[in-house]
Ligand binder design. Structure first.
Ligand code: NAP
Length: 252
């Protein structure tokens, strides 16, 4: 059975590892191509957009894909909308690997906002030292609040012409541990963190470190993301694929 994983996440890589030696499936991992040196993967990989819904439908048909697992990031809403539409049009089964969001716990000082623009506004008028944990596509928004000192952690250098004037870039790839996150926040005298509610363990230590230091976190809410059949782990995705495979073999 031919499987396409829409990836770019820890879960997609975990699923790729599980399927690499599974002879029931011939699996390809699809990456958007945002990272110039992505981690090596144990399965066939294709890189770059499909060219919208029509392009994705063509890809599914041309490559005889039987099932798609959308394991993209919770904030990558467009590719998921395209996957739902394209899979329906091509008659291909679709499951979405949904990473549960982090829950606000006792001691957390979260301020939830609906967009990156609202996060920039929420930082207020007085200059503050801000840790941005967002990804490079959203950085330019903080140019609208130039009174703050920003430290942003990224894998790639941002390409936007307009960036906050007072910005320091840390080129680091996760996962990050609690101790190192706490040290970073203290050493850089961070007063507030801006984060997406990505969920998962890899980037959670900064949230736990903020709690330990009683620092506020401006938390940007998740976008609405269309889904297929929901699974919550790479193992559950394999079970679903096995079910789709046996149903199609029985002609159900
Ligand atoms: P997006 O806004 O939902 O997608 C924009 C376009 O990028 C899509 O329409 C599609 O182009 C292409 N694309 C996205 N993911 C793709 C994939 N896995 N394979 C092939 N094409 C893909 O996505 P985004 O927020 O820019 O995220 C891009 C990638 O980075 C995703 O793979 C996501 O999992 C990963 N990522 C995103 C975030 C985040 O905060 N957004 C964080 C960590 C990782 P076409 O329409 O041409 O097909």
């Amino acid at each position: 059975m031919r499987v396409l994983i829409l990836g770019g996440t820890t879960e997609a890589s975990a699923l790729a590892r599980l399927l690499a030696d599974d002879s029931r499936f011939e699996t390809t991992l699809s990456l958007a191509g945002r990272t110039s040196a992505p981690r090596a993967q144990p399965i066939a990989t294709r890189v770059g957009g499909f060219g919208g819904i029509d392009g994705q439908v063509r890809y599914l048909r041309d490559h005889g894909v039987d099932a798609v697992i959308d394991a993209t990031h919770p904030y990558a809403a467009q590719i998921s909308a395209h996957a739902v539409a394209a899979s329906a049009a091509a008659g291909v089964a679709l499951a979405s690997l949904v990473r549960p969001p982090w829950q606000c716990q006792e001691g957390d000082r979260w301020h939830e906002v609906v967009s990156t623009h609202d996060a920039a506004l929420r930082l207020g008028d007085a200059p503050r030292r801000v840790f941005l944990s967002l990804g490079r596509q959203d950085l330019h928004v903080f140019a609208t609040a130039p009174q703050h000192h920003y430290i942003a952690r990224l894998i790639e250098t941002p390409q936007q012409a307009e960036l906050p004037a007072d910005l320091v870039l840390l080129h680091q790839r996760g996962p990050f541990d609690l101790e190192a996150e706490g040290r970073l926040l203290v050493d850089e005298r961070i007063e507030v963190i801006v984060s997406k509610n990505s969920g998962g363990e890899a980037t959670y230590p900064k949230i736990a470190a903020a709690r330990a230091l009683a620092l506020p976190v401006v938390m940007i809410a998740r976008p609405d993301k269309p889904v297929g059949h929901i699974v919550t782990s790479a193992e559950e995705a394999v079970d679903w694929l096995a079910h789709v495979r046996s149903s199609s073999r029985r002609g159900v």
